[in-house]
Structures are given as structure tokens and as C-alpha cells.
Ligand binder design. Structure first.
Ligand SMILES: Nc1ncnc2c1ncn2[C@@H]1O[C@H](COP(=O)(O)OP(=O)(O)O)[C@@H](O)[C@H]1O
Ligand SMILES: [Mg+2]
Length: 255
């Protein structure tokens, strides 16, 4: 197997001396092309720190990260990144926000329009293309942010609690859209969540992270067929995965 993302001895310590915070690692982990891996762990265990390091926005204190065989030494532009707080600019419409990513990459206006229309349709936002972010619900804003992060067709997606602030029903719907998109395009996804059920529903593997300093305790392959809809949660296999995962966190004293 040729790993797309490879972490070797990756560790992060913020600050130095008495004030040093050992946030994450050391961790070794390989992620193959087309996988959907969730990072599941309590808050403060270094999940966001790891995502920023993979994106090349934060330097590891030790170890190395490679993406498609190249060491990450600075900001990566061929990946899609999405955080809990979206990065839509208020003075541009939904279309304008999504299109910005293509403008910055020098794509010509004629092909930009078609690409933006297509991605907005895929998340049911086509009727809101000319609206501004403040005219959208939280869920719609996250859908728009998702289009913004994905419009350039990245092969790797880093999603850091993108559904964290949404109500349960909206979250359920976007989760299902995300799964469809992943099944169609098969990008490699790293998805941060602290919802055990969400991780199990979406992932090919769930990496369970210990409390800080976060290390990957167990990686659980989720052997359930896709698509996994709402009903899958009632299956004995699903319930078994939830129970096993809860057991691990109970061992840490997290729950
Ligand atoms: N820039 C920073 N400077 C100092 N400490 C930081 C910084 N970023 C994160 N930390 C600390 O590192 C730990 C992990 O943070 P983070 O990666 O945000 O956790 P998570 O995303 O899992 O909630 C926390 O204790 C946090 O306070
Ligand atoms: Mg975080």
C-alpha cells in the first residue's frame, strides 16, 4: 500500500521551558488514498494541531509529514480545508465566495461559472447563489463553506469539526451529503469530530486519540457497507462499534 498521508514521529510542543505545552504526539500513522479517517478524541487533545500540521500551517516540533510522497514544509494549496468557523467573506455572495478560490488559481470566468453552479447544486444551494452569507442559515453557510473548500477538486480534504455548531437535524443532512460526495469522488478525507456515532457512520477507519498529549491509541476499521444511512445506527454491528469506542474513552476517564 502506498500511503497518501504519512506521519512519522510527529510531535508538537507549544512554547518552551516551564510554560511548554506538549499538545500532540509522537504519532506514526499512514493513511491510504481514498480513505475516510476520523480523528475522534476529547477537546484539547491536539486534533486541530495535527490538522494544521498536515496542512503545512504549523510546523511539527519533531518528526515529519509527507503528502503524496513529498514532505510538508509549508502551506499546501492542493488540499481542501474546512474548520468549525467558516471562512466566508461577508461582502461576497455565495457564488462570489466559492468563485474566489478559482479566481486565486487563475481560472477563467467562463469556466468558473459552470464549476460553481455544479458544486452548489450538489449541496442543494443553487437557489442561494446570489445571496450573501448573512442571509443563510448556519447549515447553509457550512454548505457554502464546503463548496469553497472543495471547488478546486482537491484529492485531500481536512475537515476540522465542520458540523460542530449545527443543530442535530441539519448535521444529519449534511453528514449524508458529505458521504455521497465522498462516495462519488473518493477524495482522501481526515475528519475531526467528538461524536462517536458520526465518526463510525462516516469512516472507513476511526482513529481514537488519547487525552493531551494526544496520541493515536487505537485505529478501528469500520466494516459496514456504504452508503450508511440513518437506519444503520440501529444495526447490532453499529451499536457494537459504539460500545467498543465508548469503552476506550471510559478507560481514559473521559466519559
Ligand atoms: N498556538 C498555541 N499556543 C499554545 N498552545 C496551544 C496553541 N494551539 C493549541 N494549543 C494547546 O494545545 C492543546 C491542543 O489544542 P488543539 O489542537 O486545539 O486541541 P483539539 O483540537 O483536540 O481540541 C491544547 O492544550 C491547547 O491549549
Ligand atoms: Mg480543535
Amino acid at each position: 500500500m502506498n500511503p497518501l498521508i504519512e506521519l512519522s514521529g510527529v510531535k508538537k510542543v507549544f512554547g518552551s521551558g516551564a510554560a511548554a505545552v506538549h499538545a500532540f504526539g509522537p504519532v506514526d500513522q499512514a493513511i491510504a488514498e481514498g480513505e475516510f479517517v476520523s480523528l475522534l478524541g476529547p477537546s484539547g487533545c491536539g486534533k486541530s494541531t495535527l490538522m494544521l500540521m498536515i496542512a503545512g500551517l504549523l510546523e511539527p516540533s519533531e518528526g515529519r509529514i509527507t503528502l503524496a510522497g513529498r514532505e510538508v514544509t509549508g502551506p499546501q494549496t492542493d488540499i481542501g480545508i474546512m474548520f468549525q468557523d467558516n471562512t466566508l467573506v461577508p461582502w461576497r455572495t455565495v457564488r462570489g465566495n466559492v468563485e474566489l478560490q478559482l479566481e486565486m488559481r487563475g481560472i477563467q470566468p467562463a469556466s468558473r461559472k459552470e464549476a460553481v453552479d455544479a458544486i452548489l447544486r450538489s449541496v442543494h444551494l443553487e437557489d442561494f447563489a446570489e445571496r450573501f452569507p448573512y442571509e443563510l442559515s448556519g447549515g447553509m453557510q457550512q454548505r457554502a463553506a464546503f463548496c469553497q473548500a472543495m471547488i478546486h477538486g482537491p484529492q485531500t480534504m481536512l475537515l476540522d469539526e465542520p458540523l460542530g455548531k449545527l443543530d442535530a437535524m441539519t448535521r444529519e443532512r449534511i453528514r449524508s451529503d458529505l458521504q455521497s460526495l465522498w462516495m462519488q469522488e473518493r477524495p482522501t478525507v481526515i475528519f475531526v469530530t467528538h461524536s462517536i456515532e458520526e465518526a463510525i457512520q462516516l469512516s472507513t477507519r476511526v482513529a481514537v486519540i488519547t487525552p493531551r498529549p494526544g496520541t493515536i491509541d487505537t485505529v478501528i476499521p469500520i466494516d459496514l457497507p456504504f452508503p450508511r444511512d440513518f437506519d444503520v445506527k440501529n444495526s447490532p454491528e453499529f451499536v457494537g462499534y459504539v460500545r467498543d469506542t465508548q469503552e476506550i474513552f471510559r478507560g481514559y476517564g473521559v466519559i
